[in-house]
Design a protein around this ligand. Structure first.
Ligand SMILES: [Zn+2]
Ligand SMILES: [Zn+2]
Length: 137
């Protein structure tokens, strides 16, 4: 199945498109992804590099490469700070922060990785009291 998805940052200065099929879709609980996202885990969608293209604002995206972690990077819009896609150092694949997508990629997250590194305060979302919008009061 070929799915085309669009993605963008919060301020709208950066936009991209990505064509499926996607390679992998893990939640990553590693400490670097937790810091990169400011959240309990990242939702990392991977695609072959040829299936990804910037639509606007590529020059506004800054990529941070951590020398001690060759498989990890961080990319973000320098205007609004939203996490943005980055090309793996092998050049083979692009990591898409799934929260940046404006369309449904079809695929659902399929695994938790680096789960032993999860935050001590991590709780499964399904176990939480849930509201469609803000809770009353
Ligand atoms: Zn932005
Ligand atoms: Zn990670």
């Amino acid at each position: 199945m070929t799915t085309t998805c669009h993605g963008s940052c919060v301020c709208g200065a950066v936009a991209f498109r990505v064509d499926g099929p996607f390679t992998r879709f893990p939640y990553c609980h590693c400490s670097r992804c937790r810091k990169r996202t400011g959240s309990a885990h990242a939702a990392n969608l991977f695609v072959p590099a040829a299936q990804f293209a910037w639509e606007r604002g590529e020059e506004l995206v800054r990529v941070f490469r951590l020398p001690t972690a060759p498989r990890w990077s961080n990319a973000f819009c320098t205007v609004c700070g939203s996490p943005m896609p980055w090309l793996a150092r092998t050049g083979a694949s692009v990591l898409i922060p799934a929260g940046a997508l404006d369309d449904d990629p079809g695929l659902r997250p399929e695994l938790n990785i680096h789960f032993a590194s999860r935050a001590p305060w991590y709780a499964h979302a399904a176990e939480l009291e849930t509201f469609d919008e803000l809770p009353p009061g």
